[in-house]
Design a protein around this ligand. Structure first.
Ligand SMILES: C=C(O[C@@H]1C=C(C(=O)O)C=C[C@H]1O)C(=O)O
Length: 380
């Protein structure tokens, strides 16, 4: 259904008590919600075309284990164990305005010169340490471009039907959209079966075998997840290696399952950010990221849905922060080890963000003079 946003559709609420009456086709409703600057969320689970959304009335609170709040939740990259924020459908139109965040200041685009300098420094650091990994991300931003966000989002979502697609707006987070291939946690209601994945390592072609660099950066993630589970007394099983496709690229993936019926929020917060988005050793990698990149906001944190059928959380990546009035910043990163080459890593971030950039260009109404076209420097 996301492929045909003009058509009629059944909208499902995450909260069984709320019925949504859509007066407009979906794309128009998204546009109206953004213009009205009220909290909203729209999402579609991997492999399912039917989007769920709350536009008409929604409020923002915190998601706690002991409260059965159903809705769309999100947490930032730097997460000091706080409960995620949650957007909950409600009966009243909320007076909260997404504008109350004030004017969003988007970080500037990371130029290749700075990127190369940072990636080289990180690789040298891991060489000196004889191991380890840091996930370094670049920003691609245009503070002024005006984009038709609903059309852009539906194009982007249509390109990645196997991902968790999301778009939401709140006063504290501003507006975000993304298509995440990376599951953080899934637990169905009434079941203690927990599923997660180690997803790290990227190839830009269809033929290469997984090499030492990719296997090393992947293994940090698998080991970290298993260590977190072990620290909570959770015994886990790891599946065989598989490739997960994202457009023209492939990621190395191991699915991990366990039985766990304990509180889920502490587990989510212990896992996030995994070394797929931070690095290893994790605390040191997070410090290095803060120093070199600055504030990541929600990129690298998680987004998800708590509903009567269970909880599903995904890593917030292949995503962007935008302002309904104009301006955006998208994020694209990759794991840097002692074996990293800055030009290769840059091309990896180009590949990860290619569809997002293409969709933005296709739906830009007035390219700003500061950044008329997404033309990227080719690394030398
Ligand atoms: C950091 C990103 O992706 C992560 C890093 C990967 C890698 O370094 O190979 C692969 C998948 C993701 O876990 C991103 O897309 O921004």
């Amino acid at each position: 259904m996301l492929q045909n946003p003009q058509g009629k559709m059944h909208l499902k609420s995450a909260n069984p008590k709320i019925t949504f009456v859509m007066k407009h086709p979906l794309k128009e409703s998204v546009g109206n919600a953004l213009r009205r600057r009220v909290p909203m969320a729209l999402y579609a689970f991997p492999g399912i075309d039917e989007p769920y959304c709350f536009f008409e009335a929604a409020t923002v609170g915190t998601l706690n284990d002991d409260e059965h709040d159903f809705g769309f939740f999100y947490a930032p990259f730097i997460n000091k164990g706080e409960a995620p924020r949650i957007i909950i459908p409600c009966d009243n139109t909320d007076s909260m305005s997404v504008d109350s965040v004030g004017d969003i200041r988007f970080p500037v685009s990371t130029e290749f010169g700075l990127y190369k300098e940072h990636v080289s420094a990180i690789a040298a650091h891991h060489m000196a340490q004889s191991g380890g990994k840091t996930v370094y991300a670049r920003r691609i931003s245009d503070p002024e471009a005006v984009v038709d966000w609903p059309s852009m989002a539906f194009d982007y979502f249509s390109a990645f039907p196997d991902t968790f697609r999301f778009m939401f707006a709140t006063p504290d987070a501003g507006c975000w959209l993304g298509a995440s291939p990376e599951l953080l946690i899934r637990r169905d209601a009434g079941s203690s079966l927990l599923t997660t994945m180690a997803l790290a390592g990227t190839l830009r072609d269809n033929t290469s075998e997984w090499d030492e660099k990719n296997i090393e950066e992947h293994d940090y993630v698998t080991r970290f997840i298993l260590d977190v589970f072990a620290s909570l007394g959770i015994e886990a099983a790891v599946s065989g290696a598989e490739d997960v496709r994202f457009g023209s690229i492939r990621h190395l993936c191991h699915r991990i399952t366990a039985h766990y019926s304990g509180p889920i929020i502490p587990l989510l917060n212990a896992l996030s950010p995994t070394p797929a988005l931070s690095g290893s050793p994790r605390a040191e990698a997070i410090d290095m990221i803060s120093l070199l990149e600055g504030h990541r906001s929600l990129y690298g944190g998680y987004v998800g849905v708590n509903s009567p059928s269970g909880i599903r959380a995904f890593v917030n990546l292949r995503s962007m922060n935008f302002n309904h009035k104009g301006g955006y910043c998208l994020y694209a990163g990759g794991g840097i080890t002692s074996l990293s080459q800055p030009s290769d890593e840059w091309l990896e971030t180009e590949a990860k963000s290619a569809v997002l950039r293409r969709c933005i260009s296709a739906h830009t109404i007035n390219p700003s003079s500061a950044y008329p076209n997404p033309v990227y420097e080719t690394p030398s």
